[in-house]
Write a protein that binds this ligand. Structure first.
Ligand SMILES: CC(C)(COP(=O)(O)OP(=O)(O)OC[C@H]1O[C@@H](n2cnc3c(N)ncnc32)[C@H](O)[C@@H]1OP(=O)(O)O)[C@@H](O)C(=O)NCCC(=O)NCCS
Length: 193
């Protein structure tokens, strides 16, 4: 058990709002908190809207969250919610896996009506803060080659392309671009790089 792992794992529901002051527009009213099992259903609804061809199953989210708490946690999952006065809707989510100094962005998504408000940047900032807490030296991710919007987001944070995984996304047989960030090159929590 390390302090870093504890810090990454022990973020209760109240504590994870980050970047609130750095973003203008509608995203500033959105709050980040730890994703819990009761969030799986609304997250799945967004998942099917945003990844119609290769949506995760409920079992995949359950399995990820099973490793997201306690001193041996290897996952961090976050949801973005509207204020309860505005309905408390979940408008984004993201997840990180970390082991042996290596992090992996497992998923990241913002509701379509929130695109361009900085929410994707806030979610990624939160994952990278937790990658630091998990003592990751580098963070990898896969992104569809036909998803330039997401690729631009990652590039702004310093991720660099390092290769392809052919046919990674099934059943559409779409290639993945693999990108890597050396955490020593990560400049902190800037929202617009
Ligand atoms: C990829 C994704 C997470 C990006 O989320 P997002 O909330 O649109 O991301 P951001 O708002 O931080 O950045 C997107 C753009 O908005 C701009 N932007 C950010 N904050 C802004 C603001 N307050 N006002 C105006 N524009 C803003 C950014 O400059 C950026 O522009 P650029 O891409 O032309 O450089 C989102 O499009 C998504 O969920 N897509 C579907 C799921 C997906 O593909 N996930 C990635 C899987 S690998």
């Amino acid at each position: 058990m390390t302090d870093a792992t504890d810090a990454a794992a022990g973020n209760g529901e109240e504590a994870t709002a980050v970047g609130e002051t750095a973003v203008g527009g509608t995203a500033s009213s959105v709050r980040l908190r730890e994703m819990r099992w009761w969030d799986i259903e609304p997250v799945l609804a967004l998942e099917h809207e945003l990844f119609p061809e290769d949506a995760w199953s409920p079992a995949m989210f359950w399995s990820e969250l099973a490793h997201a708490r306690g001193s041996r946690a290897t996952r961090h999952y976050v949801v973005a919610t509207e204020p309860s006065g505005a309905g408390g809707r979940i408008v984004g989510y993201a997840g990180l896996a970390a082991a042996g100094g290596l992090g992996d962005v497992q998923t990241i998504a913002a509701a379509r009506d929130r695109w361009g408000t900085g929410l994707g940047s806030r979610l990624l900032t939160d994952l990278l803060q937790h990658a630091t807490a998990f003592e990751c030296e580098e963070v990898l991710l896969e992104v569809r080659v036909d998803n330039p919007r997401a690729q631009r987001l990652y590039e702004r944070f310093g991720f660099e392309p390092i290769g392809f995984r052919r046919g990674y996304y099934q059943p559409g047989n779409v290639d993945a671009l693999v990108m890597r960030l050396h955490m020593k090159n990560h400049q902190g929590t800037e929202i617009h790089g």
